[in-house]
Ligand binder design. Structure first.
Ligand code: SF4
Ligand code: MSK
Length: 655
């Protein structure tokens, strides 16, 4: 594997230029702060520092008598397990609360209390209603939407003992049975999270395995919240279809009013898209050539997928967008907005506008966003940006001239449409047949963030290139997709440069029938971090088509630069679903061999999925490839046997 030699900090050429400019101007960035934090605390890094009660912090040194346990007597495995699952609780809270807001907005739209929203995708509404068991026959759309929203809200707090609807109706029978038998199917999202915090309170659960199972229940609650968030967002704003756009700081336009949407929740960013279109004339009236909306992080992914809004940066390089001197306003909603962006704003004319009552940064301007007055609020923010345009300091303008074409918008439905052009009767078999024929080796789903512990964008891009060279079909979400976008892997350029012969043939076959005015990409962008459920829908459809279980499927996942609590939560439900999952940063569980062993080995025995921790992109790619090849080989052997004896596939062979 030829590894691109990275800058010690990033492989993104725009970020390299901006970091040089930051150093010259004495501007501090996340890279400087990471350096200043070194060496980081070993106790925290390995998960052996407990701060769960205020007798602590208790730091465990297994070899030192008296320090081998916490003051309460908690063993190192209890402490490491508790710390780990509390990350999951944080991640599940963030994702599911995002989903709850979407569900309330759908409810209020259906009831006529959110006049600026509407049911955009009627087919998806009917499909989702049918999936979760809601009668649609002879009912008004708004009435159905109301029932769907209430059903979703019930998944947060219902009091019966049935597992959540958005979990059970999206996974196959075998996984439903598995989650029931292992008692990790959540019956209510909020309860799973609250119970996990209770379970990990001082003096409740000391059993590390039981704690981890509580964590997995919350991880599946995370899946449930994400899954309903994606479904209901598609109903409100439309299910993504292919779009052609661009990515990297070169998408900023010195002659236009530049507005960045940053965060996660499309309830706001989608309204900003509409408001910016409407107010274009006001921008022109003050001398700009129009309004240029760009995205950062996952709210950027949401509007990229549905509206083709270009991506400016991903999580790691978010501060650098402000350093261009042309970003007139950065609008934040929730999650992954580094407070440091406000410090950067102080050096330029950029205003940071917060919009949520739970997400504020001291010194920023707060314009509260309400669903009842959504368009009015969005317009207020856009007009604020138009005002800021006049305050630019020309001497500070520096836009790095880098951008790449992006072909995105590949929702699960769009993937099926694409495959359906080759086989309308069984779209998913286009993918599974290519695996059975050995044309492609399997599928890898990329997700996750940027993390200062590794070189920005490097591992994501290198692993993707290596898997592509070896004929692995690639899909992605989140800030990993941002890394691929900036590196040209979300366009046909990536196919030409890196696809192995089988993968290239497969993509070109799809491309011929696609009807798109752009070539298909090397990596298929499936959305924001909540949209990882779209990737899960893909593996469930593949397993059902092949009549095998998900853990037998040649499907792996990778989060090369995992950072947030949400990433830990996603990784945990992905392994529970049966998918081997690589993580490219060392997890804070190395302080307990037992917990590490559960994550990397025992999980495989129980669920078929497990974590692969590896910080070296070349070795990580090899491990992922080995896993895919082994699963594909086993599938082929069992297929041949079934064909020879005209029988079904062996039911429970190990994948
Ligand atoms: Fe220490 Fe136990 Fe309190 Fe943790 S819960 S801080 S180990 S006394
Ligand atoms: S924004 S959670 S850094 S993907 Fe979804 Fe990016 Fe990770 Fe935040």
């Amino acid at each position: 594997m030829s590894t691109q030699t990275p800058d010690r900090r990033t492989i993104d050429p725009a970020a390299v230029e901006m970091l040089e400019a930051a150093a010259a101007a004495g501007i501090q960035t996340a890279w400087d702060r990471y350096k200043a934090q070194q060496p980081q605390c070993k106790f925290g890094n390995t998960g052996v520092c407990c701060r769960i009660c205020i007798q602590g912090p208790c730091r465990i040194v297994p070899t030192k008598p008296g320090m081998d346990k916490g003051i309460c007597g908690a063993s190192v495995y209890t402490i490491v397990a508790r710390n780990l699952v509390r990350y999951i609780a944080g991640g599940a809270s963030a994702h599911s609360d995002h989903g709850r807001e979407i569900a309330y907005t759908l409810l209020h739209t259906a009831e006529g209390h959110a006049p600026d929203y509407k049911i955009t995708d009627k087919n998806k509404l009917l499909k989702v209603a049918k999936k979760v068991g809601i009668e649609t026959e002879g009912r008004e759309l708004n009435d159905i939407a109301r029932s769907v929203a209430i059903k979703a809200l019930e998944d947060f707090g219902k009091y019966d003992s049935e597992p959540c609807a958005w979990l059970t109706t999206n996974i196959d029978e075998e996984r439903n049975r598995k989650f029931k038998h292992t008692t990790i199917a959540p019956t209510a999202i909020d309860r799973s999270i609250a119970q996990l915090l209770h379970q990990t309170h001082i003096g409740t659960d000391a059993d590390p395995v039981n704690i981890i199972f509580g964590g997995l229940r919350a991880a599946l609650a995370d899946y449930t919240g994400m899954s309903l968030a994606t479904d209901l967002t598609d109903i409100l704003f439309g299910t993504p279809t292919p779009v052609v756009t661009e990515a990297n700081l070169g998408v900023l336009d010195a002659e236009k009013v530049n507005i960045a949407v940053h965060g996660h929740n499309p309830l706001l960013s989608q309204m900003v898209v509409y408001a910016a279109r409407e107010l274009e004339g006001e921008a022109i009236a003050i001398g700009a050539k129009g309004i240029n909306l760009v995205g950062i992080c996952c709210t950027g992914n949401e509007v990229l997928m549905r509206e083709g809004v270009p991506t400016a940066t991903n999580f790691g390089s978010q501060e650098l967008a402000i350093m261009t001197g042309v970003l007139d306003t950065m609008i934040m909603d929730v999650q992954c907005i580094a407070p440091a962006v406000k410090d950067l704003c102080n050096c330029f004319h950029t205003h940071l506008v917060s919009t949520s009552h739970i997400s504020k940064v001291p010194g920023s301007i707060h314009i509260e966003f309400n669903e009842a007055t959504a368009m009015e609020d969005a317009k207020k923010i856009v007009r604020h940006a138009i005002e800021r345009y006049k305050k630019r300091k020309p001497e500070l303008i520096k836009i790095p001239p880098y951008k790449k074409q992006v072909v995105g918008g590949f929702s699960f439905e769009t993937m099926m449409d694409l495959f359906g052009k080759l086989n309308p009767d069984s779209p998913i078999s286009v993918l599974t047949d290519a695996i059975l024929a050995g044309e492609i080796k399997g599928v890898c789903g990329f997700a996750g963030c940027n993390n200062q512990k590794v070189v920005h964008d490097h591992a994501s891009v290198e692993i993707a290139k290596e898997l592509a060279r070896n004929d692995v079909f690639l899909v992605s979400t989140g800030c990993a997709a941002g890394a691929f976008a900036k590196a040209g892997l979300l366009s046909a350029e990536g196919v030409e440069a890196y696809a192995g012969p089988g993968l290239k043939k497969f993509i070109k076959r799809l491309e011929e029938k696609s009807g798109l005015n752009a070539g298909l990409p090397l990596v298929f962008h499936m959305g924001s971090c909540v949209d990882n459920t779209r990737i899960a829908n893909l593996w469930t459809a593949m397993a059902e088509e092949l009549k095998i279980t998900v853990p037998q499927l040649p499907f792996v996942a990778s989060a090369p630069e995992a950072m947030s609590e949400k990433a830990i939560s996603i990784g945990s439900w992905v392994i529970s679903m049966g998918i081997p999952t690589h993580v490219g940063v060392l997890p804070p569980i190395e302080g307990s061999e037992l917990v590490y062993g559960v994550a990397t080995q025992i999980a495989r025995d129980v669920f078929g999925g497990y974590f692969i921790f590896d910080t070296d992109p070349a070795s990580a790619a090899k491990k992922l490839l080995d896993r895919l090849e082994k699963r594909a080989w086993k599938l082929k052997i069992h297929r041949q046997t079934a064909e020879k004896y005209d029988s079904d596939l062996a039911r429970v062979y190990e994948g």
